[in-house]
Design a protein around this ligand. Structure first.
Ligand code: GDP
Length: 195
């Protein structure tokens, strides 16, 4: 997709703050450090629009970006920080659950997984949670450039098997370093949002 405009609309913590443009939305979720900001920046041809993910202690917000005036990306704060307190984790969980379960504009969720490692317990929980609410999921297997091509298929299989990925959900190998998978990702996002 040719991205001609992209900007942040709002950092929201509650539904009253969600934008009301009524345009389709894709949420992006994943463990901290998985490469989510890099993925967003690469797809939008921006260097630093999405910031390197929020560190523990920082306010956790849902960041809404508008693209070509027709699509929202919603950057969901990363999970998996060992040091986050229970109360912070609970607040994060409530915010995400409220958003994912009530947002009509939400068409699908991009779940980013580091292709070098088997999905964590948190990754599996997130995937199961999304499927529980019948949300279509697109898996972006990040950092493909960090493993040799000869090992890609082995790693992809581990990711799919660990998640028990359903047949209707696809997986795309991606690298923000090389741009691998960028066009495929846009193709999948356009199909999921019908834009
Ligand atoms: P986030 O916390 O999920 O938003 O992750 P970031 O996008 O900030 O990336 C975390 C780290 O991984 C940074 O040092 C990135 O430069 C690096 N990174 C992200 N994606 C890739 C990738 O595709 N290939 C390589 N080699 N490094 C990556």
């Amino acid at each position: 997709m040719k991205v001609t405009s992209s900007e942040i609309v709002i950092s929201a913590v509650k539904p009253e703050q969600y934008p009301d443009a009524g345009i389709p939305e894709i949420a992006l979720a994943g463990r901290s450090n998985v490469g989510k900001s890099s993925f967003i920046n690469k797809l939008l041809n921006r260097k630093n629009l999405a910031r390197t993910s929020s560190k523990p202690g920082k306010t956790q917000t849902l960041n809404f970006y508008i693209i070509n005036e027709i699509l929202h990306f919603v950057d969901v704060p990363g999970y998996g920080f060992a040091k986050v307190s229970k109360s912070e984790r609970d607040a994060w969980g409530r915010m995400i659950e409220t958003y994912l379960t009530s947002r009509e504009e939400l068409k699908a969720v991009v779940l980013l997984i580091d292709v070098r490692h088997a999905p964590s317990k948190d990754d599996v929980l997130m995937y199961n949670f999304l499927k529980h609410y019948d949300l279509p999921v697109l898996i972006i297997a990040t950092k493909a450039d960090k493993i040799p091509k000869s090992k890609w298929q082995k790693h992809v299989k581990i990711v799919k098997d660990t998640l028990e990925l359903e047949a209707e959900d696809s997986l795309i190998l991606f690298s923000s370093e090389t741009g691998q998978g960028k066009d495929e990702a846009w193709g999948a996002i356009r199909r999921l949002t019908e834009i």
